[in-house]
Design a protein around this ligand. Structure first.
Ligand code: FAD
Length: 506
């Protein structure tokens, strides 16, 4: 813990919490040249609590925008080409029932749909890459103990994580990324609304030398075990000997992790338990996301079941949305009322994500498990088609959710033009050269720059002091692209488009 680190008395933006979403917020602010301080109690990332494994194609695109996609990929223990499949089996060493390919957008390399395919990477690795990018703006060993807001700013009380004397930091704005038990959420009087699943879940991280070589189903990012004696999901954390497992319906106090893993395997495999982590799935959405100067992001604002891999990925979308808007206000190219559009744009996305993830959870390994699968070969073959059909029918949306991951749009936002708000449709201009690589950190005007409409937009940008990058791509329809790669308007860009997109007219 860096308790001796000098703590600033004031900072433009204080980010409470340095999980993936707080760190992403800081990286986004840095992308726009805004100084911030991330206050995080954990001295280092939690390697034995690798909750998220799926970094979505959209998050990878945003990492590319920050220059971090290759860093994450090069350090990810499971290369994206290693496997893109989920295999459904009776036991790890048992029979195969069916398989689903092209999971989690892992197959998108070279596709026009996205600038980056998804990537399997343990959450602590993602956090480590982001921590390095945040650099000395990360203050570890400290936590936010409270905050109070007034017309000019926010006074944030911070204290050493292990207890000790409080200090005060004055911030113009606070982004509360302090997770499920958010102090920031309580401070602004916001409340979670929703429900939690009754079924307990039990994660195990374990070493199993030689297990991979014994599994007859080939590489897979997920092995779904449909043995009614112990259904669950198992995957590799690396290509050495480390694995993860989610056992549903298991209470920590009753769990015998070694026996549980051997039942999943269907054999007395050698295992060494490295860590266990009980958790409950929650479908929760904060009733509001913001006060005047404090904004909630990530799990502090919403929680969804992990099935489909959306939790932190949705939070990274929050981080980018609030990050560029805070930069616009702090740099003086937008009025403070732009910040109110953070909640109106992001809260509906979280609501849709919670609904989709809850649907994914409704049919899990316990529901798909069938005692007849465990019978002799004839019994198995008799029941296999029906179980395989149920898997493909109910699990497709969990593994193929590009509509949600890439397709969300801010359609009802007051700052986008009718029919716009979607993520800029991606295409490759040449092998390896993404259309997105032509976007600037601020707004971008794509298309034929010789048009009179283009001249009006560039003049407006100069007048408002808005950073506008122009990308002279005559084959593209004239498009005003926001800093978050979403379309403000497309086809025709009317006079006043930037004013509208930055809430000057609201
Ligand atoms: C089994 C499982 C699998 C999952 N798989 C995926 C997946 O594949 N893909 C995906 O996108 N998501 C997944 N998730 C969800 C993902 O783990 C969370 O959504 C993610 O951690 C949320 O990030 P966050 O930064 O918002 O919150 P957190 O990760 O909870 O981080 C909050 C941070 O705030 C800090 N903090 C707490 N209190 C304070 C305070 N008072 N002051 C300052 N700091 C504070 C904490 O130390 C922590 O670092 C999974 C979750 C589970 C349980």
């Amino acid at each position: 813990m860096n308790l001796d680190t000098p703590i600033p008395t004031s900072v433009p933006v204080l980010v409470a919490g340095g999980g993936p979403v707080g760190l992403a917020t800081a990286v986004e602010l840095r992308h726009h040249g805004v100084r911030c301080l991330v206050v995080e109690p954990r001295a280092s990332v939690s390697w034995l609590r690798p909750r998220a494994k799926t970094t979505s194609a959209r998050t990878m695109e945003l990492l590319r925008r920050w220059g971090l996609a290759e860093t994450l990929r090069s350090r990810a223990p499971l290369p994206v080409s290693w496997s893109q499949e989920a295999v459904f089996v009776t036991n790890l060493l048992g029979r195969e029932i069916t398989r689903i390919g092209a999971c989690f957008g892992l197959d998108l390399a070279g596709s026009d749909l996205a600038a980056e395919p998804g990537q399997q990477a343990p959450q602590p690795l993602v956090e480590e890459v982001l921590r390095e990018a945040v650099g000395d703006a990360l203050l570890t060993g400290w936590q936010v103990s409270g905050l109070s807001e007034d017309a000019d700013g926010v006074t944030v009380r911070v204290a050493p994580a292990g207890g000790g004397e409080e200090r005060e930091i004055r911030a113009e704005y606070v982004v509360g990324c302090d997770g499920p038990r958010s102090v920031s959420r309580a401070a602004i009087g916001a409340r979670y609304e929703g429900r939690q699943d009754e079924r307990p879940n039990f994660n195990i991280v374990f070493r199993a030398p030689g297990l991979a070589e014994r599994i007859p189903h080939g590489p897979a990012v997920h092995y779904w075990v449909l043995d009614p004696a112990q259904p669950g999901i198992v995957g590799r954390l690396d290509l050495k000997e480390t694995w993860w497992c989610i056992a549903q319906g298991v209470r920590a106090e009753n769990a015998d992790p070694v026996r549980l893993l051997r039942t999943l395997a269907g054999a007395d495999i050698d295992v060494e338990i490295l860590a266990t982590d009980p958790w409950t799935a929650r479908m929760l959405l904060a009733d509001r996301y913001a006060s005047e100067r404090v904004f909630l992001a990530g799990d502090a604002a919403h929680q969804n079941p992990p099935f489909g891999g959306h939790g932190f990925n949705t939070g990274v979308g929050d981080a980018v949305n609030i990050g560029w808007k805070l930069a616009a206000v702090l740099k003086g190219w937008a009025p403070a009322r732009l910040l109110a559009t953070y909640e109106s744009e992001r809260r509906p996305i979280a609501a849709d994500t919670i609904e989709a993830a809850a649907l994914n959870m409704a049919t899990g390994a316990p529901e798909l498990a069938d005692p007849s699968l465990m019978g002799d070969a004839a019994e198995f073959e008799k029941v296999r088609p029906a179980v395989a059909e149920a898997v493909l029918r109910t699990k497709d949306s969990e593994f193929h959710s590009l509509e949600l991951v890439l397709g969300y749009a801010y359609v009802n936002s007051p700052i986008v033009f009718p029919g716009a708000g979607e993520r800029l449709p991606h295409r490759w201009l040449a092998p390896g050269a993404s259309l997105y690589d032509h976007l600037g950190p601020g707004f971008t005007l794509l298309g034929d720059q010789n048009s009179s409409e283009a001249a009006v937009v560039t003049a407006e940008a100069r007048a408002l002091g808005v950073p506008l990058h122009v990308a002279d791509l005559p084959d593209e329809p004239l498009t005003l692209v926001r800093p978050d790669q979403h379309v403000a308007c497309r086809g025709s860009v009317p006079a006043g488009a930037l004013r509208h997109s930055l809430a000057h007219d609201l």
